[in-house]
Write a protein that binds this ligand. Structure first.
Ligand code: SME
Length: 171
């Protein structure tokens, strides 16, 4: 059963169609952030971070990917830092109604009041996340969560299709 309101469902369906026609994962992520920012006024900063596992002893970290909104000083985030690190480390969506009351929060803009971060999974493993900031306190409802998780899953599924066939999840 899908509980999203019609407008969110229409947007989710549109993004699914975009995912089916995307030329690359980067292209898909760019279209998602632009469309969300364009249609949802309370989504003030919308961006993907992708996980760099770290090689030769380097620490794993999140690296900023396609985004729309104010420039952020947080282009690379270690997994023990921020709401972003918490979502990846716990492999769960994190919703923060009041970022200023959360000691984990790394500030991007002074105007940000609330945040949602949904992990991107490929074969049950976190490979990145979709991060959204709002200037509105407690902006993210259960419907937003469903939409944001849908967007994250579109990217995860797209990335799965780029894997060698024998390693893909059966459809
Ligand atoms: N607020 C995030 C950092 C990313 S910026 O907001 C774009 C965090 O606490 O991890």
């Amino acid at each position: 059963m899908n509980l999203m309101p019609t407008s969110y469902q229409t947007l989710a369906d549109e993004l699914t169609a975009l995912a089916n026609a995307a030329e690359s994962a980067g292209h898909l992520m760019t279209m998602i952030v632009e469309r969300l920012r364009e249609l949802l006024p309370h989504y003030n900063w919308v961006g993907f971070y992708m996980l760099d596992e770290g090689e030769n002893g380097a620490e794993p970290m999140l690296v900023l990917g396609p985004y729309v909104g104010a420039e952020t000083p947080h282009k690379r985030i270690l997994l023990h830092q921020g709401i972003c690190g918490a979502a990846v480390s716990s492999a769960q969506t994190v919703v923060v109604d009041d970022v200023n009351a959360d000691p984990r929060y790394l500030a991007c803009s002074l105007e940000t009041k609330s945040e949602i971060v949904a992990p991107v999974f490929v074969r049950d493993k976190v490979v990145g996340e979709l991060d959204i900031d709002s200037h509105v306190p407690a902006a993210f409802t259960a419907d937003d969560r469903q939409l944001v998780e849908h967007c994250a899953s579109l990217v995860g599924r797209y990335l799965e299709t780029t894997l060698p066939a024998e390693t893909r999840r059966p459809s």
